[in-house]
Design a protein around this ligand. Structure first.
Ligand code: HEC
Length: 112
């Protein structure tokens, strides 16, 4: 009897812990990615037509103000930093991107 109670207690603790962890990890902004076709050119972990989000996160992790530069680049475009092919600006990817949505996307990319 006692062990049954103990194991039930353990599984409830595990459940609460996993809910808490999910709340802390930045959720993937799937709807925004779809709308902007991010995954048409990028993947999270292997370079394809574009650097992977892990490579990008690695490169900018310790660069001050990188997020601001990347948000701007996602919205209006900018010079290439990885090769010859620059990323198309938001208007050419699927429509204009608000400052807030750009921040959400960049925060997620950098969390990889
Ligand atoms: C048409 C293909 C394409 C699409 C769609 C695309 N990207 Fe890119 N992206 C690229 C390429 C190519 C590069 C590398 C450009 C360079 O050399 O700076 C890049 C670079 C980046 C960088 C790094 C920029 C830098 O200055 O280092 C970030 C961050 C990024 N993409 C995020 C995204 C996100 C988020 C989306 C969706 C909102 C997206 N990309 C959609 C092709 C694409």
């Amino acid at each position: 009897m006692q062990s049954l109670q103990l194991s039930r207690h353990a599984s409830i603790t595990g459940l609460l812990l996993s809910i808490a962890l999910q709340a802390y990890a930045a959720p993937e902004p799937v709807a925004l990615e779809d709308q902007q076709h991010c995954m048409f050119c990028h993947t999270v972990d292997s370079p394809f037509l574009a650097p992977s989000f892990q490579q990008i996160a690695e490169r900018y992790r310790s660069v001050p103000n990188a997020a601001v530069m990347l948000e701007e680049k996602l919205r209006v475009g900018g010079p290439a930093h990885w090769g010859d092919m620059a990323m198309p600006a938001a208007a050419d990817r699927g429509g204009p991107l608000s400052r807030e949505d750009a921040r959400t996307l960049v925060q997620w990319v950098l969390s990889n």
